[in-house]
Design a protein around this ligand. Sequence first.
Ligand code: NAP
Ligand code: MG
Length: 475
Amino acid sequence: MRLEAMRIAGKLVRTDDVIEVTNPYDNSVVGTVPAARAEHVREAFQAAKAFKPRLTRHERQRILQRTAELLRDRQELFARLIVSETGLCWKDGLYEASRAYDVWSFAAQLTIKDDGEIYACDISSMGKPRKIFTTRLPLLGVISAITPFNHPLNMVSHKLAPAIATNNRVVLKPTELTPLTALALADVLYEAGLPPEMLSVVTGSPSTMGDAMITDPDADLITFTGSVRVGKHIANTAGYKRRILELGGNDPLIVMEDADLDKAAELAVTGATKNSGQRCTAVKRILVVDAVADEFSRLVTEKAKKLKSGDPMDPETDVGTVINERSAILFESRVKDAAAKGAAILHGPERRGALFAPTVVDHVPHDCELVLEETFGPVIPILRCPNDISEVILISNSTAYGLSSGVCTNRLDYIERFVAELEVGTVNVWEVPGYRIEMSPFGGIKDSGLGDKEGVVEAMKSFTNVRTWSLPWTA
Ligand code: NAP
Ligand code: MG
């Protein structure tokens, strides 16, 4: 069992009150972390603000690349930690651990590039012989980063790597559910040479630290990934601070009548069940047109039945637990509610504690809680739609969310309409909604976010102030 301390500017800080981190599969205690109070958060921001990072691009590049390499060397160690605090299966834990290499190494490669622009001023009758240049500078204050449980390494990495690449200081609060991975990452960063003042990790729950992460006077920007409920609380509480909100999703996979149904069914099952269905971009609604729905639903059920749910540490397991028993019970009750309203359950639901096996539900009414809300588990809900793309788009756009989408069709006229008319941040043709590379822009609209993007390139932009400066210039 790990008895962890917070890392405040690299210093180990403990409290009398601790929070237990439990393994959702067997309820064993994996470790404890301090329950930070508001004064610890203040101390972390103060220490960060007092330090002025002066790392050269070369130094930042070295730290970021070294971090990528250390994470790659310790992949199995991280995977084990992730599996034990999340209940994700070994396959998912290993994927989560290996994916982080890209985030850190892309940030390393991007940090050496100066993205400054030059504007000649002699371009109109009112022009002058001058040039205006742009340069990006770190924020004057500190970045407040708040992260969720479902990707305990990568959601944290997507905030820290671009922050370090741009010479910023960060105070991180990982969720109390999965803080151990975040603390282990902080130690890797210190080992890789990061000045400890540039990163603090405070642990605990909002019940003891209150809104300190959101209201600290030295926090310039809040970067948050998590639920809509908390995202809106941050938006309402933060006041005159920048905020980047990456919130929940209710992503559709759309299957049109021309689709290769076997390929579409594979995407549906993978997209709905990987990471135990706990991805913001998991397939949460499958919209299939009536013309092919019977055959598609048969293929989905056949594939879902092959998935093995069980002991997360067993390398053969395809789907581990969800984050806790409370969530599993909620998903089970939503499935039963959908059935009571006319849905047909084709496989499952099977639940034991926090283990909730993949569950196929067909003929799901469009307005039941299972698909109207974000169901953050391995449910595979099929919603049948009229054979008309306009209706499909209308149904797809009918939820409050707008994160991503996947579409299964080869018709260019359909593809054009989906790209133009789906109210989402991403349209992936013949891929799951979650498909991305760590560098490409990522983020949603409507309740899924305010339109700001993550991904290393965009995050580096949003973590900087653009300074323009100009010179007399005749050439
Ligand atoms: P959550 O309940 O909103 O929690 C997210 C983080 O916010 C946790 O660290 C939580 O701390 C913290 N928090 C809550 N209230 C706070 C307050 N007053 N001050 C400071 N921090 C506060 O989300 P979750 O259940 O962990 O994560 C799942 C959600 O994240 C899903 O909706 C998923 O779709 C979304 N998500 C979105 C993206 C994206 O990029 N759009 C990516 C991944 C996940 P505690 O947990 O310690 O209470
Ligand atoms: Mg939570």
